[in-house]
Design a protein around this ligand. Structure first.
Ligand code: SF4
Length: 1010
């Protein structure tokens, strides 16, 4: 018998079972001899998950005598097949690093060093700080006298690093305290994905999943360098390429992704909408669209109301005084019954498709080329190759990441891909869709659990002051449809909201008290409590203290000089971290006298991923369990334990002493200790009393089998409805599933339907009803996702179990949208129903040939430290774009502690073209100063042909690129790129415009250490 290495490891792990193999005649002698020489001999093997990118590679962790001795890729994880990139390969060194925080550290106001304290002392003082601040600053009513019950002077930032279970208890605690300045990394990496994708299709998540990319006939990668930053994604793109797919990379600079693509197209940063606007014009003029799909499944035939217009880059409804649009000007025309009027002949001039044609008729090749810097030949090549997928049996996928999101038009960049995919019929099918490559390790899951001020868990709007009662809230946010073919799934919102409130307040949530709705803090309508505003208010002394877990904002938030000064102004700060970083140690950064920094800092050492159990969700929504493989290093503890202890200590203080508005805390149904498995059950939800649903009796305390069983009468609880169904009485914790079996139909498209669990309801490809015709027949039978066979659906879990549209009881495929159709025309975003090209807030040109210069409703932060260069400012003529590296993750605060990673990518650098270098007298390897109106930073010049000058409207425009992962704590050379970036936000989500600002570069006159 031959035994593979993986098979051998399994034999080792099998223990006594392995003994039985010898009885079956299998000779174990060779493998036992091999074992003796293996470093993992006798080690315990457990499964964990890489804590970096959202590919969430599973890893096998071997621990011996309580110490991690080996980490390697898990060959059974379908996405990686056992592969790891450089960061994953460094996991062991990071877990056992001598740089790890292993003891609670305290920094007194004005102190010059940390001192060690025990957990009890720290927790007692933290609870006291929170309670005192809350009692002092709690705001029961806003300026208009409406009840708001909130705390504005304390913030919480982070953490996309935590598990779903940790996120659930964290969210519950933050709302109980009344904190509204509540945000995490999604804000600054992928916040536009949710409103953009939801506006198009109904949900804000990646439509398909990683392994599905192998099914594509064309892949258009824009705003992502996935070969380097989401390496396991690229593995599946290369599989598609091997089968004949045409892979295009549109990106400002040449990278490894470009090198392995069929075509690399350099583009000026911030002009993606212009390029894709040209593609829409090409599709419509050349009839490349999938006509049947467009007519039946999109809102192409809907009539736009007569108030709608568009002129010179501005949509109807702009209120100059408010700086906002009145979106009612973009409403559809409805008949007397409330049904949207349609013209299925598509002849009416106000049909969406015709309004759209008019809109993009201006995006001709000449204008697009002159704005983007892309040659007309390259534009046509991309248009032709991608639009070949507008056929029933073809599929094309868009792949994007921060290169699209981090702009003042971040949401509309993504919307653009949604429009094109609708026209080409690339939605719901295998190999189609939009791959939103999420950033942080669990940013998908922690967005689902809404560590963001504007949502409650499960994508419900946060209550606002103008909605004082639960009935007001539900009336506002529960849509009604008069169309019998529309599922209008959000009509179920009351069930999910009441179940959420029941999970938070337990027996204290009753019908009589609106299930505790008044205890949830209310925002002022339209107010922004996100990163940029948190730091601006902190800088203006309006915020006094805060909690920051697994986040490094003093490194990653733009305009770092201001951010760091704002951080100095805090009275107290609680931080949970794995390593020291620019945020933990801001009080002793270069150039600052610690004695003058008044902040009291509590630094709590956090367990690392392999030292704790729980689930994380990858970008494809696969919710996967990771096991505790070893004890936390030193005295570190997992963050879930920290949250639970902080909350319970604050609650004890309120019970003992009383205080301001204690009910949300004292009446909270909160766990006494943190147990990930128990919280996972709470997230799924319970029946709170014996109840009959659909003729079946469920007993009090039983797990709810799926969100279709949630109720609005208080008989069920669920901490996040989209995860309801992932933990059932019958099957247990489905996130632990490791079953790779699939039917031949499923195997053809790499569906892996039994591996882990996927929200919602284990559906692997969202909107899959759009992959079949009106009778349920797959448009592409070779790569069928679902099919209607003998009166039922087979394949993936259908997105709505009703029959196909043409059959009795049939429904539209986009069940989350009130009208049941994908939205080409999207009337719900802040900056227009169609994406329109606007120049970045800082631009090297002085005129936008499409009309309006900048996004008229972008968020502009104003302070004495927030200067903006004027259009075409000669002092700052160069466009700066920023990016990640394979070897470092996000701020680099973890990976800069990995010796091998730091050796591979040791210092801050700036990539520039040979032409720019020559113009500036800079040589490869010179130390240069990169400067903007906000400040300057040092970097080593990397002169490379990977970056080319652009010709923009007849003028040469240079672009430079810098990684955003380096900081002053280590290595000791250079500092963050964000010293020069701008505090400008997209109008929908306030994500900052990291990817395009204006700088200048010059050779440094002396080599310094910042
Ligand atoms: S960083 Fe991403 S691709 Fe690399 S090992 Fe981790 S999860 Fe996999």
């Amino acid at each position: 018998m031959s035994v593979s290495r993986r098979g051998f490891i399994k034999l080792l792990g099998a223990g006594t079972a392995a003994l039985g193999l010898s009885k079956l005649g299998i000779n174990l002698a060779p493998t036992q001899a091999y074992a003796a020489g293996l470093k993992i001999e006798g080690a315990k093997e457990s499964i964990s998950i890489c804590p970096f990118c959202s590919c969430c590679c599973n890893v096998l962790v071997h621990a011996k005598d309580g110490k991690i001795i080996n980490v390697e890729g898990d060959p059974d994880y379908p996405i990686s097949g056992g592969g790891l990139c450089a960061k994953g390969a460094a996991l062991k060194s990071l877990h056992i690093s001598p740089e790890r925080l292993t003891k609670p550290l305290y920094r007194a106001p004005g102190a010059t060093k940390w001192v060690e304290k025990d957990w009890d002392w720290m927790m007692e003082r933290i609870a006291r700080r929170i309670k005192d601040q809350r009692d002092k600053d709690f705001v029961p009513k806003n300026a208009a006298g409406a009840e708001v019950n909130r705390l504005e002077s304390v913030f919480h930032l982070g953490s996309s690093q935590v598990s779903n279970e940790e996120a659930a208890v964290l969210h519950q605690m933050i709302r109980a305290f009344g904190i509204v300045h509540f945000d995490h990394q999604a804000r600054i990496c992928h916040s536009p994905s949710v409103p953009a994708l939801a506006e198009c299709f109904g949900r804000g998540a990646m439509t398909n999943h990683y392994t599905d990319l192998a099914n594509s006939d064309a892949v258009l990668i824009m705003g992502s360098n996935c070969a380097e930053h989401h390496p396991m994604t690229f593995k599946w793109i290369l599989k598609a390429k091997e089968k004949g797919a045409y892979v295009m990379h549109v990106d400002p600079k040449f990278s490894r992704t470009s090198a392995r693509s069929n075509l690399h197209v350099p583009i000026r940063s911030g002009t993606d909408i212009a390029m894709l606007g040209g593609m829409i014009k090409y599709i419509l003029e050349n009839k490349k669209y999938f006509a049947e799909f467009v007519l039946n499944y999109t809102n192409a035939s809907f009539l736009v109301g007569e108030r709608y217009s568009f002129k010179d880059g501005m949509f109807a409804g702009f209120d100059a005084a408010k700086g906002k649009y009145d979106k009612s000007a973009w409403a559809f025309e409805k008949d007397a019954s409330g049904m949207v009027k349609r013209d299925k002949t598509l002849a009416h001039p106000r049909c969406v498709i015709n309004v759209m044609r008019d809109h993009y008729s201006r995006y001709d090749l000449d204008t697009v080329s002159s704005v983007t810097g892309v040659s007309k030949a390259d534009l046509l090549q991309v248009y032709e190759k991608f639009c070949e997928t507008g056929k029933p049996d073809k599929a094309g996928a868009f792949v994007y990441a921060l290169g699209w999101t981090q702009h003042s038009v971040g949401v509309q960049n993504i919307r653009m891909s949604g429009l094109i995919q609708q026209l080409l019929g690339n939605v719901g099918n295998a190999g189609g869709g939009i791959a939103a490559l999420r950033g942080e390790p669990n940013v998908q899951g922690t967005t689902d659990h809404a560590l963001l001020y504007g949502y409650l868990p499960g994508y419900h709007n946060t209550p606002t002051a103008n909605l004082p009662a639960l009935a007001d809230y539900l009336k506002t946010y529960t849509p009604k449809s008069v169309d019998p073919m529309s599922v209008n799934w959000w009509q179920n919102r009351p069930k999910y909201i009441v179940s959420l409130l029941k999970s938070w307040y337990g027996e204290h949530a009753t019908k009589e008290n609106d299930f505790g709705y008044s205890w949830v803090p209310k925002m002022d309508p339209g107010e922004d409590y996100s990163h940029l505003y948190i730091f601006d208010r902190m800088y203006k002394d309006k915020i006094k203290g805060g909690l920051c877990f697994g986040h490094n904002p003093c490194q990653t938030v733009p305009n770092s000089h201001k951010v760091r000064k704002a951080w100095d102004k805090l009275d107290w700060l609680v931080i949970g971290e794995v390593f020291h970083n620019e945020t933990t140690d801001n009080w002793r950064r270069p150039g600052v006298d610690p004695k003058k920094v008044k902040t009291e800092v509590f630094l709590l050492p956090s367990a690392y991923r392999a030292e704790k159990a729980g689930t994380v969700s990858n970008s494809g929504r696969w919710q996967m369990w990771h096991y505790k493989c070893a004890e936390p290093l030193g005295k570190s503890r997992n963050m879930g334990e920290m949250f639970v202890e902080i909350m319970n200590r604050v609650r004890d203080l309120y019970k003992k002493e009383g205080g301001t508005f204690p009910e949300p805390i004292t009446k909270s149904d909160y766990p006494a200790t943190f147990d990930a498995e128990a919280v996972a059950r709470r997230v799924n939800g319970y029946f709170t009393r014996d109840v009959e649903v659909g003729g079946k009796l469920y007993k009090k305390g039983q797990l709810v089998p799926g969100f279709a069983n949630l109720k609005d009468d208080g008989s069920t609880s669920s901490m996040c409805w989209v995860y309801c169904g992932g933990y059932t009485e019958e099957a247990g914790n489905l996130a632990k599933r490791r079953d790779l079996t699939q039917t031949p139909m499923q195997a053809k498209i790499h569906l892996y339907p039994k591996f882990s669990w996927v929200w919602p309801m284990d559906r692997r490809i969202l909107y899959n009803r759009a992959s079949v015709d009106l009778n349920g027949k797959p448009y592409n039978p070779e790569k069928a996702v679902i099919a209607w066979v003998d009166g039922k659906w087979v394949g993936d879990v259908p997105d709505g179990g009703q029959p196909p549209m043409a059959m009795k009881g049939g429904v539209y495929p986009f069940i989350m949208h009130t009208e049941g159709h994908a939205q080409l025309f999207g009337p719900g975003r802040e900056d227009g129903p169609f994406p329109e090209h606007y120049e970045p807030a800082e631009t090297p040109i002085t005129k936008n040939p499409f009309g309006q210069m900048h996004n008229p409703v972008m968020k502009v932060i104003k302070s004495d430290m927030d200067q903006l260069a004027k259009n075409g400012d000669p002092r700052f003529p160069i466009v700066l774009t920023t990016y990640s590296l394979t070897e470092h993750w996000c701020s680099g605060s973890e990976t800069r502690n990995g010796p091998a990673l730091l050796e591979a990518e040791p210092q801050q650098y700036v990539e520039m073209s040979p032409q720019l270098a020559q113009e500036k007298g800079i040589k490869n390897g010179d130390v240069v100063i990169v400067e903007s109106l906000r400040g300057k930073t040092e970097a080593v010049a990397m002169v490379t042909v990977r970056v080319k000058p652009f010709t923009i409207m007849g003028k040469t425009v240079h672009l430079v690129g810098m990684p955003f992962c380096f900081g002053w704590t280590k290595p000791k050379c250079g500092d963050t790129t964000n010293r020069v970036t701008v505090s400008i936000g997209d109008p929908n989500t306030s994500i900052p415009e990291y990817k395009a600002c204006l700088v200048n570069v010059k050779k440094a006159t002396k080599v310094t250490e910042l």
